[in-house]
Design a protein around this ligand. Sequence first.
Ligand SMILES: *[C@@H]1O[C@H](CO)[C@@H](O)[C@H](O)[C@H]1NC(C)=O
Ligand SMILES: *[C@@H]1O[C@H](CO)[C@@H](O)[C@H](O)[C@H]1NC(C)=O
Ligand SMILES: *[C@@H]1O[C@H](CO)[C@@H](O)[C@H](O)[C@H]1NC(C)=O
Ligand SMILES: *[C@@H]1O[C@H](CO)[C@@H](O)[C@H](O)[C@H]1NC(C)=O
Length: 355
Amino acid sequence: MQTITLLVACVLIAAVSCLQWTTKAPMIFKRSDMLAVTINGRLYVAGGCTRDQSTTGGNCAATNTLEYYTPSSNTWTQGASMTVPRFRHVAINQGNNMWVIGGRDASDNLIYSSEYYNTQTNTWTTGPSLPADTATSDGYAYNIGNIIYIAGGYSQNYNVSASVLSLDTSAATPAWTLTNIKLATPRGDLGATVIKGNVYVYGGFSFDFTQPLKTVEVLRNGSNQFTAVPNMSTARGDAAEAAVGDRLYVIGGETIEDGTDGHNHTLTIAQVESFDTTTNTWRSEPNIPDSRMRYGGNAIGNTIYVVGGQRRNTISETSFVVENTVFALDTSSASSAQAATISLLAIIVCLILNF
Ligand SMILES: *[C@@H]1O[C@H](CO)[C@@H](O)[C@H](O)[C@H]1NC(C)=O
Ligand SMILES: *[C@@H]1O[C@H](CO)[C@@H](O)[C@H](O)[C@H]1NC(C)=O
Ligand SMILES: *[C@@H]1O[C@H](CO)[C@@H](O)[C@H](O)[C@H]1NC(C)=O
Ligand SMILES: *[C@@H]1O[C@H](CO)[C@@H](O)[C@H](O)[C@H]1NC(C)=O
C-alpha cells in the first residue's frame, strides 16, 4: 500500500515538474492560413481558410470572421467580420487596433486591400492598399513604434520576395512605401519578430519549395542590412511564433518529406525551439501536442498560445485537415532543461524512498 502511494506521488511529482503544453477552449471556427495578434491581454484572429485542403492543391474557403480569446474566462467571442474574406494575409497590432493586410482570395489571387479592427469599438476601417507591383501574400508583419513593416512573401505567381514594405500609421495620409531594406535571403512563409529593437526573420521557403529554410537573419536596431545569426535546428516554413522577454519561440510548421513514391510531400511538425537573443543560442522546447502549420501564435504575458492551423502527420493522409484547437505553454514554469532535471531527481528520490 505504502509502495503504491509513493509510486503515485512519484509519477505526480514527475508530471507536475515538467513544462508542458496544455489544451484550451477551441476557437469558434476552424481556420488556417491566418495569424494571431495580442492586444490588451486578448488574442485576436481574423480570416483564414475554413475547409480541409486536398494535398494536390486548391480548395480553400476564405472566411471574413473575427474572434478573440479571453484567457481569464478561457472563452472565444465572435466580433465584427472583416469586409474582405482573405487568407495568407499578415496581421499586426498597432495600439488598440489589429491591422490585416493583403493575402489571397478564394481564387488564389492577391488581395491588395488592408483594413484594421478597433478592439474598443468592434468596428473595421479600410486602410491603404498595397502597391500592385510590390504586394505579396505569405509575408510576415512586425512593427516598430507607429510603423508597420511587411517582410518577404510571394508575388501573384509565387515568386519569392526579399522586400520590406513600410506603412507609417501616424502619417496624415498613410501610404505603403518600399524600403531600401532587403532580406539577405528572399523568403515567403517566414516568421518575423522584433525583440529589443532588433528584427529577427527565420525559416520559410526561398526559390526551392522542396527545401524549407533553417536560416535566421537579424536587422539590428539602426542598421539597414540583415545579417546571419545561428540557424534553427529544424528547417521549417509556416511555423507559429511568440516572443517572451528576450526569447523567440518557433512552434511547429511545415516540412517536406521526400517520399518513397517519387514525390515530395508537405507534412506538419510538432517540434518547438526557442532562441535566446542575448546569447544567440537555440534550445529545444516541449513539442506541441499535435503537429500544425499555417497558423497563428502569440504570447499573452508569459503564456504562449497557438491556434488553429492545418495538420498532416503522415504521407498516407490525403488532405490538410483544418483545426480549431488551442494549445498553451506557460513559459514561467521551469525551463524544459530544468524540468527534465527535476523530473529525474524526483524519480530517483522516489525510487530510493521505495526501498
Ligand atoms: C523573382 O524574384 C527575384 C527577387 O526576389 C528576382 O530577382 C527575379 O527576377 C524574380 N523572377 C521573376 C520571374 O519575376
Ligand atoms: C533603437 O535605437 C534608437 C536610436 O539609437 C534608440 O532611440 C532606441 O531606444 C532603440 N530601440 C530599442 C528598442 O533599443
Ligand atoms: C545555416 O545553414 C546554411 C545551410 O542551410 C549554411 O550555409 C550556413 O552556413 C548556416 N549558417 C550558420 C550561421 O550556421
Ligand atoms: C524532392 O526534393 C529533393 C530535395 O530538394 C530533391 O532532391 C528531389 O529531387 C525531389 N523529388 C521530387 C520527386 O521532386
